[in-house]
Design a protein around this ligand. Structure first.
Ligand code: SAH
Length: 226
């Protein structure tokens, strides 16, 4: 994958327009919008796709995986900002992301969190994200190659957990690694079994509180590494 260069694209203007569209479409969380202004999405896709990088669409990143749609990434981060710890702290605190992919959301999270741990099960994508994020000089992102279904206990508990891949349900390991006052946002099979929905889970002193959000389409959550 090569960076977009010399393509004659006014990428800063395209990026500003993308963020304005998100704002008009109802994304109101200012830190999320600012992060999306700060991280150039075209750096995370192949140069052949750079012209589409600021459209609201998912794009292929290799190995059958995709970079998520900007509106869905923004929405998930907005949900995370409504967690109790995030509201109290004004940032996402300690974050775990499952499904690094090309590293775009990890770079966004790093703008609004104290610490980001991001896990990817496909080694070539893990390596790709490592190269992309080295350019972003994102020092407080830890990229791990492994099975994200297991989470990453050494850095738990997390204030915010977000998954970019959807399984039958949210693995219990993630719930165990969620801090009290923390919030998890992940795609999972819809209650009627016909598709995927965003599931939002808050952990309180009393236990877990689950809300089901909008329909989504994420790549499958798979166990093991490749
Ligand atoms: N966060 C990315 C989205 C990547 S797509 C973005 O910014 O756009 C989702 C990724 O989840 C894929 O790369 C896929 O390989 C990965 N994935 C699926 N199951 C996983 C698992 N159990 N552990 C870690 N990564 C997983």
């Amino acid at each position: 994958m090569t960076p977009a260069s010399g393509l004659g694209l006014d990428t800063p203007a395209m990026q500003r327009r993308m963020v304005e569209r998100l704002r008009l479409d109802g994304v109101h969380c200012e830190p999320v919008l600012q992060a999306m202004l700060a991280v150039p999405r075209h750096h995370f896709v192949d140069s052949a796709l750079a012209a589409q990088a600021y459209e609201d669409t998912s794009l292929p990143i290799g190995l059958g995986q995709t970079i998520s749609k900007p509106s869905v990434v923004a929405r998930m981060m907005e949900w995370l900002f409504l967690g109790a710890n995030a509201r109290r702290q004004g940032h996402l605190g300690k974050v775990m992301e499952i499904g690094t992919g090309c590293g775009y959301q990890a770079a966004l999270l790093a703008q609004v969190a104290r610490q980001v741990t991001s896990i990817e099960r496909l080694q070539p994508l893990h390596e790709l994200a490592r190269r992309q994020l080295a350019r972003q000089s994102a020092m407080h992102i830890q990229l791990l190659y492994g099975d994200g279904m297991l989470g990453h206990p050494p850095r738990a508990p997390y204030d915010s957990i977000v998954s970019a891949a959807g399984g039958e349900d949210v693995p219990p390991t993630w719930l165990a690694q969620l801090a009290v006052g923390g919030r998890l946002v992940a795609p999972a099979r819809s209650p009627d079994g016909r598709g995927q929905v965003l599931v939002v889970i808050d952990r309180t002193d009393q236990g877990f509180h689950r809300t089901v959000g909008e329909m989504v389409q994420f790549v499958p959550l798979k166990s093991g590494v490749c």
